[in-house]
Design a protein around this ligand. Structure first.
Ligand SMILES: [Zn+2]
Length: 262
């Protein structure tokens, strides 16, 4: 699993800034609050310090002022842990007391329509959306972090939507499969990778040879599915495996028909 260095991102205060309260009166107040007890008196031995309720820090560095937004994309093959990584970042944002909204494409209903689940059993609530427009309608004005899972199923307008959210100061976390079962770029993912400030490409393990897997192998009745099939097959009987480039198989329709008869 990739380790994400979130503290080094634009908009997130550096540890030293936070400790010194740089650029934030609230930070200085919080620092004073830690040193003294209620009403400014010295804290008695054993008295518990209040929780740090420092609000989001306003960036005042260089030419820019205001809370900075950005776009993160978590991409990769199926079974590579994208949803787990999305959930990890969401949980950390919630711990940091950010106002978070989580969405997922309603095309993916493997785990119920209102939840994201990882293959290892984790689960968080998510609002289903069918389009980028619906996403923009559902994001509240005061939301600080927007996370979207299965973003490859959304329309191309998700690119403009993500940019618009980031421009107004929102941290946008997008997770999606980067290639379809043929090994071709999937939906809006290529454009999202281009505009993102941060990209993480995760890998699975090839079920055939044990190398790093980067491809989605679609199987029908246990045989490699032909390239001519639809990119998105909702409710189909097909299954998927993670495979490496060398073990990935995409036969033509004619070849697949022959192999099914073998
Ligand atoms: Zn392999």
């Amino acid at each position: 699993m990739l380790q994400v260095q979130q503290c080094c991102f634009p908009g997130e205060p550096r540890i030293t800034d936070r400790l010194n309260g740089v650029g934030s009166q609230h930070g200085a107040m919080a620092a004073r609050g830690r040193r003294s007890g209620p009403n400014g008196r010295p804290r008695a031995a054993g008295e518990t310090a209040p929780l740090d309720t420092t609000p989001p820090v306003t960036v005042r560095s260089g030419m820019h002022e205001g809370v900075a937004g950005w776009i993160e994309v978590i991409s990769g093959v199926m079974f590579s842990g994208k949803s787990e990584e999305l959930m990890r970042r969401v949980r950390r944002a919630v711990l940091a007391r950010k106002r978070v909204q989580v969405f997922k494409s309603s095309l993916d209903n493997r785990y119920g329509i209102d939840a994201i689940a990882s293959h290892d059993g984790g689960r968080i609530q998510a609002e289903p959306i069918q389009s980028a427009l619906e996403l923009m309608e559902k994001v509240r004005p005061d939301t600080e972090v927007v996370a979207v899972d299965e973003v490859q199923f959304l329309d191309d307008d998700i690119v403009d939507a993500a940019n618009a959210l980031a421009d107004r100061g929102v941290r946008v976390i997008l997770a999606g499969t980067d290639m379809d079962f043929r090994g071709r770029p999937f939906g809006p993912i290529p454009a999202l990778l281009a505009i993102a400030e941060k990209v993480d490409k995760l890998h699975a393990i090839c079920v055939r040879c044990g190398e790093l897997a980067t491809r989605n192998q679609r199987l029908i009745n246990g045989k490699p599915a032909p390239a001519e099939g639809p990119t998105i097959q909702v409710g189909g009987l097909e299954s998927y495996e993670a495979r490496c480039r060398r073990c990935h198989e995409v036969p033509s329709e004619a070849h697949a028909q022959t192999s099914l008869l073998e």
